[in-house]
Design a binder for this molecule. Sequence first.
Ligand code: NAP
Length: 289
Amino acid sequence: MTTIGIIGPGAVGTGIAHALKGCSIHVDLLGKRDETLIFHEYATKETFPITVKALNTTDMQYDWLIIAVKTTQLDAILADVNRCIHKDTRIILAQNGYGQHEKIKHAYVYPAVVYISGQKEGQHITHFRDYRLQIQKDTFTEALQQNCAQSQLTLELKPHIEQQIWYKLLVNLGINSITALSRDTAQVLKQASMAKLCRQLIEEGRKVAEAEGIHFDTTITTDIMHIYAGYPDDMGTSMYYDLMHHRPLEIENIQGYILRQAQKHHLDVPYLTMAHTLLQYEHQKAMRL
Ligand code: NAP
């Protein structure tokens, strides 16, 4: 039987574990301690208990290891990751952002694009929408996809995953930066000057993607702004909530990653540089708490 370990029993990790229930895969959800969490399905109002095993005591080596901690929490689990893998283990990074795979010294690491929307508060997880992961297509991910076929988890296999990763980076770059820096929810984009600033950020991101060999339609910025326009006014982003709760911000793998690529290509990205500097300042304040 295929074995999967999922590190990080938060919104994404419990969502994946819940979605995999009932299929013929051994799944362990691994967290800071042995505990039982409550998983709420927002659409159906159903609740399910979900069992978490303590990561630091597990001695199992998995066929697949899915990492679903925040990018700011990755350094703290690297030693555990090494204990949970063998030389053929495939690691999936179910996180936002890009570049964090470089921290994991292993032959098979798959950065994924996560479309699972949820929120964790204490022992309770609310799942709002979607159980989708996009990952690179190869013979191993095709086999995993077959294994998961009877489950609620949709694995979308992509021939060039970097295209999807950059798309999500641009989506996160605009709305995460603007909501966090303005300390306001999606309604902030109703103000023309804020919407203009958001467009400028996405445009700079697109320029960097282009330099990286990732091409989008010329309408990409407008398309992303249309997506944001469909968000409820009171919807925050993860970066907004992290900033409001004085938690570390996942900037190094979103704004920071794009900025590093811009610097590599000697591109001038003044809006991104300013946003990164201000967010970095907020991140450092949270780290001192
Ligand atoms: P989350 O709810 O904060 O979950 C992270 C989990 O990791 C928490 O349960 C946390 O435990 C656990 N954790 C942290 N450090 C750990 C350690 N050292 N050992 C064991 N467990 C540890 O975060 P999330 O929302 O699932 O986000 C995960 C990633 O997916 C992020 O990169 C996020 O940006 C991305 N993402 C999230 C969503 C969403 O809707 N939530 C959507 C798309 C992408 P404690 O709770 O006990 O601290």
